[in-house]
Design a protein around this ligand. Structure first.
Ligand SMILES: Nc1ncnc2c1ncn2[C@@H]1O[C@H](COP(=O)(O)OP(=O)(O)OP(=O)(O)O)[C@@H](O)[C@H]1O
Ligand SMILES: [Mg+2]
Length: 223
């Protein structure tokens, strides 16, 4: 049976910049189950990244509640949040956040640091994923020796490596041509079949049209 992986109950996030109050996310209620793929589509500044960061417990809501696997994020200690993120979530950041001193392979291996897999098993899993995103042969390059689109695919491989319960992908195809973008989305969706819950934020309508369920986001609210 499908399990509720993430749940938002009237969650808002307001940033205070001096005298200014920016309502980045406004009273969003949302539930994401295992095996479900959700698209969040909206223009720049709509609040997509902030929403993903709330879901990932990278931000605490200003009001309302965010649950991950029925744990209220507010009640989790920072170490517990980190552990959940490392072991149960995969996040493709809009700014990728690859570690520049590590190779593509080492970047992808990183989230497996606490896994029970042996070093060899970790390596072969990372190699297999890099191969499936079309980076076979480039595993040992550092990010700076890869194109932006290739770096994006490393970030996708890294997010998938632990077969996470929840995958959050923030504009995961923004640097890719449509064919490669399509491949990356297919790879994400394949994982959905394996019971991960997936949230993809994008402003690309064509990409969003291949997702079963999408929400429009505008000025912090979901329509
Ligand atoms: N840390 C922050 N401090 C203050 N304001 C912020 C912060 N992060 C985001 N904002 C503001 O919140 C609003 C939503 O930003 P967000 O990054 O969530 O939008 P987005 O939909 O992801 O945009 P894009 O498509 O450009 O990535 C914007 O007005 C932005 O300026
Ligand atoms: Mg964004």
């Amino acid at each position: 049976m499908a399990q509720t992986v993430s749940r938002l109950v009237s969650a808002s996030k307001t940033f205070e910049l001096g005298p200014e109050r920016i309502r980045a996310v406004q009273e969003v209620s949302l539930s994401i189950s295992s095996g479900e793929t959700l698209g969040i589509i909206g223009p720049s500044g709509a609040g997509k990244t902030t929403l993903l960061r709330l879901i990932a417990a990278l931000e605490t809501p200003s009001s309302g509640d965010v649950f991950f696997l029925e744990h209220n994020v507010k009640d989790l200690k920072p170490t517990e949040r980190r552990r959940f993120r490392l072991e149960k979530m995969g996040y493709v950041f809009q700014q990728l956040k690859l570690l520049p001193t590590l190779s593509a392979l080492e970047n992808v291996e990183l989230p497996m640091a606490l896994s029970s897999k042996t070093g060899d098993e970790q390596r072969s899993r990372a190699m297999q994923l890099l191969d499936s995103v079309g980076l076979g042969g480039k595993e040992h390059r550092r990010p700076e020796k890869l194109s932006l689109g290739e770096q994006q695919r490393v970030a996708v491989a890294r997010a998938l490596v632990n077969n996470p319960e929840l995958i959050l992908a923030d504009e995961p195809t923004s640097q890719l041509d449509s064919t490669t973008g399509r491949k990356v989305i297919d790879l994400l969706l394949e994982l959905g079949d394996k019971n991960s819950a997936i949230v993809i934020a994008t402003h690309d309508r064509e990409l969003a049209s291949s997702l079963k369920k999408t929400y429009e986001m505008r000025d912090g609210s979901l329509a």
